[in-house]
Design a protein. Sequence first.
Length: 324
Amino acid sequence: MPHWPVSSGGSGGTAPIAARPGDAGLRSWWGRRQGGAPLRPVGRRPAPASAGLSPVRRPRGGASAWPHPHQGCFSLRTNLQSARIEMSGKDSTYVLIPGAWHGGWSWRPVAERLRAAGHHAICLTLPGLGDGDDPTGLGLKDAVDHVVSEVERLGLTDVTLVGHSWGGYPLAGAAHRLPGRVSKVVHYAAQVPVRGRSMVDDNPPEAAAMLRGLIDASPTRAIPPTLQFVQGIFMQDVDEGTQRLVADLLTPQPGDYFLDALDVPNVSELGIPALYILGEDDRALPRSGAEFAARLGLEPVMVPGTHEGMLTHPDEVAKAILNF
């Protein structure tokens, strides 16, 4: 979960990014952090067909027509040679939790590889982060409740919770409420919460003030995504067409997801195995991945890619999860 989002004038489609109060200061701050000139606003345009993501149209007949209700609606075409994944002697269930601004679609490429290895994989979309969702009034408890309710509704056991970025927060909250059901936790470029400290408060003071300002300025108390955000810190290692398409897939993040704190101990106190995976070129975390991993008593397992490696390097991310 990056800590310097730039606000846009809208939440979807191909609307241009409009500057808002505070944007210039945020761009200047990000430029200073990178040691270069301040970033300039950029507009959106529809991504070309070769961008790398291809939509899968919803079949008629409602949700039951999907292979799985949480499978997501986008698949990624990569130029990578598909890695060979050995079938496991025992199938496991992976519940994949997306990060801020993301939905279940972001985990789809990794989920397909987990399924190819003989496992079950469920890609969740948290409340307020589905296409067209209203983010108003949602708090961190709603995200945690959703993870818990889906695991219980589906009668899942021997679950590995996998959280990306800010998804480390709902992961931690849900793990404590699912004793006997969760057997492992995996953090992929994820924040590891400190008890009683919100995501905003776990950021540097300047970034925390900026985030609070963006939330307070929004009529829905949600932070819209921007193309500049994607290009600068989410996935700086891919072509512009893919960056633009991913920017269009992101949805406004409910602000109170960032402002609420968890009142639970560190997940390491649950006594279940934990893994921390980190992209080699990740620029998005407010602290080093090694520092977050250390909160779990771990060292990160490194994989290629940026903060969006589950889209650009799904083979490697899936293999790291399966090797755990």
